[in-house]
Structures are given as C-alpha cells and as structure tokens.
Ligand binder design. Structure first.
Ligand code: NAD
Ligand code: UDP
Length: 336
C-alpha cells in the first residue's frame, strides 16, 4: 500500500518508515525538516530497501498535500507536529497553528482526494493527572498546557470527522514514553539543544556533553520517590503503527489505543540501567519537582494487545543499550 507519512524524518516517523518499508509498503514522506535533518532519510534508505519518496514541505500547504495524496496514496500516518511541552507555553499560537490547523489542512486534502485512512500520533498527556494507574483508554481526558490541548483538540476533530463520514477510518494512538533507537545505531533521537526528556538527557551525560542529571523530585509517593513512566522502545512503537494499519485500513470507524508496555520504570531505575549498559558514570543530583509533572503514569495496553494483535516486546535493557549505541555512534546527532 502507498502511504503518506507526515513528519517521517523525525524520531518516531523515521523508525516507522523502516518498519513499513520492511513490510513492503511504498512511502511518501512529507516533512519540513523544522525538527529533523535530511540525513535521516538517507539512513532510512540504508536500513530498508523499497520505494520512499521524500518531499520537503509543510502539512499546512493543503494543495501540496492534496497533490501527494492524489498519487495513489491509500492511507496517512500523521506524525508531523511540534512536541515540546515547555515551549508550547511560550509560543502557543505556533503549536495550535502546526498541530491543529496543520491537521485540518491534512483532513481537507484527504477529503478532496478520497483518502479514507488516518493514523494519528496522540499522547498519554491527554490523560492529564490520572487518579489511578494503569490507565485505560476510557479514563477522563484533560490538558494543562497548549501541547496537551492541541493533542486533545486533534483527537476531537478527527473523531468528529469519523462520525460525519461513514467511510473514514481514524486511529488515535496514545503513545506513552518513546525511547531507544534502531538496533543498528543508524537512526535515533536527535534533539535540538539541551534535551527536555529523560532518556536523551541521560545519554548526553553518559557521553560527557552534559555534566550531571537533575532528578526532578525524590519525594513522590513511588517506590524510590522518583517519577515513574511507561517507557516504550521506539521500534515496538513503530510496529504498533503497522499493526494499526493492518487492523483498521478500510475498516471505517474511530479507534483509540494506548501504546505502552504496561510497566512503570522510575527515574533512578532508568539512570541505573543506562549506567550499567553504557559502563559510564552518570552523576546525578536531586532537584525540585518539575512543575506540571505527575508522580506515576503507565498504560494498560490490553486493548491494543487484543484488537491489534500487538505487544511491546523489547525490555529496559534493549531500550538503554540501543539508545547508547545511537548516542555513542553519533555523538553529534545526524550530520547536517
Ligand atoms: P519529531 O519532532 O522528531 O518529529 C516530528 C517531525 O515533524 C519532524 O521531523 C518535523 O520536522 C516535522 N514537522 C513539524 N512541523 C511540520 C509541518 N508543519 N509540516 C511538515 N513537517 C513538520 O517528533 P517525534 O518524537 O518523532 O514525534 C512524532 C509525533 O508523535 C508528534 O506528533 C508528537 O507530538 C507525538 N508524540 C511524541 C512523543 C515523544 O515523546 N517523542 C510522545 C507522544 C506523542
Ligand atoms: N526527568 C528528570 N530529569 C530530567 C528529565 C526528566 O528527572 O532531566 C523525569 C521527569 O520528572 C519524569 C520522567 O523523568 O518523571 C520522564 O520525563 P520526560 O520529560 O522524559 O517525559 P514526560 O514528562 O513527558 O513523561
């Protein structure tokens, strides 16, 4: 099947491209390279044979998207967007413009060209501060920052479109915490500037680019006092997209799934696992809680396990080993 991949040069998109090509799909990648580099496309091609056309462009350019879709595309996997929670509070209009207006532009182009299948990158952030864990898909939804609101708004928009068009297939994938890299070490997460997220931050401490890890809070009601999250290997997450397409392509309706492992890992557990796999010192100090953080968050992935016949198979050792391989083979990230 020919698939349009928006944001396919990015972290999760690039890994998903490799798995889709390996499964025999034909890809058109649309990315404006605002948070990625063209080198990622070369690396995808190196890891997986098969047809991949790259187009540098913006999802808000509805006529460009329509043009690409009209070339026999049958589905869209929609990764493109802005994703930094802190930044979204500084430049909220940019977040709504890219994430919400960008998705509307894409939806208009799908409508104009008769493409009926979309898989959307949502996030566990839509659960806000859950009252209990594990989290099932029917938990109440909320947001506390523009990034989270943009994900909730897009979920609502796509759900309304599915309601209005009996032929549309909408799958909302709520990712927990994607980490790790392709086991080859050729593609991985390449953040701009100082990373906000735990795994890339630890990686840069291990390689010596950053002096120490600040552990945000050691007084949470968790087993060691530090925050707990459901980290999922990016290759498992990518395979979840393949499973979603297989299950719901041409099956009209609106589907929503948690993509997580179902297991929580604390900040200290992650730091210790990374130190062991990399055989590097990872100095850390305890720092105040980060505003907006919650104590614990992990998925109940049983709906995806059953309906998609998908399950996260890679454990913590795979996540930290593969992240370290990527970091140590590419200390400066992708070349320009
Ligand atoms: P990423 O920034 O690496 O990838 C996003 C890609 O979209 C980038 O290559 C960027 O250049 C591109 N892009 C941005 N705006 C665009 C536009 N207007 N037109 C075309 N391309 C554009 O991010 P990622 O980590 O791969 O995340 C992919 C998706 O998954 C995002 O929607 C993100 O919100 C969501 N998500 C990510 C995480 C995470 O922790 N990484 C968690 C939950 C959900
Ligand atoms: N965290 C930390 N130090 C950092 C970055 C993150 O202690 O430099 C903690 C954070 O408080 C949370 C966990 O690591 O408990 C995961 O944070 P991340 O930003 O990776 O993901 P999210 O907050 O989106 O779950």
């Amino acid at each position: 099947m020919k698939i349009l991949i928006t944001g396919g040069a990015g972290y999760i998109g690039s890994h998903t491209c490799v798995e889709l090509l390996n499964a025999g799909h034909e890809l058109v990648v649309l990315d404006n390279l605002s948070n990625s580099k063209h080198a990622a496309i070369h690396r995808i091609r190196e890891l997986a044979a098969g047809p991949l056309e790259f187009v540098k462009g913006d999802i808000r350019d509805t006529s460009l998207v329509s043009n690409l879709l009209s070339q026999q595309c049958q589905a869209v996997i929609h990764f493109a967007g802005l994703k930094a929670v802190g930044e979204s509070t500084q430049i909220p209009a940019d977040y709504y413009e890219t994430n919400v207006s960008g998705t509307l532009s894409l939806a208009r182009a799908m409508d104009a060209t008769g493409v009926k299948t979309i898989v959307f990158s949502s996030s566990a952030t839509v659960y806000g501060d859950p009252s209990t864990v594990p989290i099932t898909e029917d938990f109440p939804l909320s947001a506390t920052n523009p990034y989270g609101w943009s994900k909730l708004m897009v979920e609502q928009i796509l759900s309304d479109l599915a309601q209005a068009d009996p032929k549309l297939s909408v799958t909302l994938l709520r990712y927990f915490n994607p980490v790790g890299a392709h086991p080859s070490g050729r593609i991985g997460e390449d953040p701009n500037g100082i990373p906000n997220n735990l795994m890339p931050y630890i990686s840069q401490v291990a390689i010596g680019k950053l002096p120490e890890l600040s552990v945000f809070g050691n007084d949470y009601p968790t087993r060691d006092g530090t925050g707990i999250r459901d980290y999922i290997h990016v290759v498992d997450l990518s395979l979840g997209h393949l499973a979603a397409l297989n299950a719901h392509h041409d099956q009209a309706g609106r589907y929503v799934y948690n993509l997580g492992t179902g297991h929580g890992v604390s900040v200290l557990e992650m730091r210790n696992a990374f130190a062991k796999a990399s055989e590097r010192e990872i100095p850390y100090r305890f720092a105040p809680r980060r505003p907006g953080d919650i104590a614990a968050c992990w998925a109940d992935p049983s709906l995806a396990n059953g309906a998609l016949n998908w399950r996260a198979e890679r454990g913590l050792l795979d996540m930290v080993s593969d992240a370290w391989k990527w970091q140590s083979m590419n200390p400066q990230g992708y070349p320009d």
